[in-house]
Ligand binder design. Structure first.
Ligand code: ATP
Length: 237
């Protein structure tokens, strides 16, 4: 049984059909990447999986449960977590306060504390600045903070929406190392990226969206060698 199973998903914003019958699976332990040009429907797909936009048709099953009609907080509580595009860090709060937002639905305070210490061990830059305003962080550090915050929500599947956007090449490499590391530690990942080359290099499976439809899906190495994909996206990233 797949960890996430999206079938025939359709989402419309008024008359704009953003998703037109999308199928997608994430097996436990996988990194799956969703690629596509601006406006292809990638963010809409992640938002629909989280429950932030209602589907017109189709279904979403997570961890063996039909969650299509569940509100976002129930899905998040079940381990489905989104790191949104643009990170959505609250710059008037401290680094630590931002991190704690990820744990706001948890009652196991002691465990949260231990996990927070583990996050600080993983990201020493955040530990050093824990009492400073999040606005003091660089773009790369803010992305780490957004991922740390998502980790505190105890995800089984972490969805990342264009995490490398606007980061320096050094931070982009660090980010992809981190995604691989989290995956090795057991986290399943659904990754939307414009950095096609790097995303294909770390994923177990890839899906390409065009105008709300899946136009290619399969093994990342095969897709990377496909002339259609090379023409459209590779060489950019
Ligand atoms: P990007 O990389 O630019 O974020 P994307 O692949 O994530 O692109 P979406 O943001 O999901 O694509 O957009 C899919 C389609 O839905 C586009 O045609 C977009 O203009 C439209 N759309 C997205 N959000 C809304 C909204 N809130 N209201 C109306 N139309 C929207």
């Amino acid at each position: 049984m797949a960890l996430l199973e999206v079938s025939g998903l359709e989402v419309a914003y008024g008359r704009v059909n953003a998703l037109r019958g999308v199928d997608l699976r994430v097996e436990e332990g996988q990194i799956v990447t969703v690629l596509g040009a601006n406006g292809a429907g990638k963010s809409t797909l992640l938002r629909a999986i989280l429950g932030a936009v209602p589907p017109k048709a189709g279904g979403i099953a997570f961890a063996g449960r039909d969650v299509t009609r569940e509100p976002p907080h129930a899905r998040i509580g079940g381990g489905l977590v989104l790191v949104p595009e643009g990170r959505r860090i609250l710059i008037s709060l401290s680094v630590e306060e931002n991190l704690l937002l990820g744990a706001h639905m948890r009652a196991d305070t002691q465990k949260v504390r231990t996990e927070m210490d583990a996050i600080y061990d993983r990201f020493p830059n955040l530990a050093e600045r824990r009492h400073m305003l999040a606005s003091c962080l660089s773009g790369g550090e803010q992305q780490m903070l957004a991922i740390g915050r998502a980790m505190l929500a105890k995800p089984r599947l972490m969805m990342l929406d264009e995490p490398s956007l606007g980061l320096s090449p050094l931070f982009v490499s660090k980010l992809f190392d981190l995604i691989r590391e989290l995956n090795r530690d057991g986290l399943s990942v659904l990754l939307v990226e414009q950095n096609t080359g790097k995303a294909l290099a770390c994923a177990h499976h890839a899906t390409v969206l065009e105008l709300g439809r899946v136009v290619m899906a399969g093994d990342p190495a095969t897709l990377a060698a496909d002339p259609r994909l090379q023409e459209a996206y590779l060489g950019e990233g």
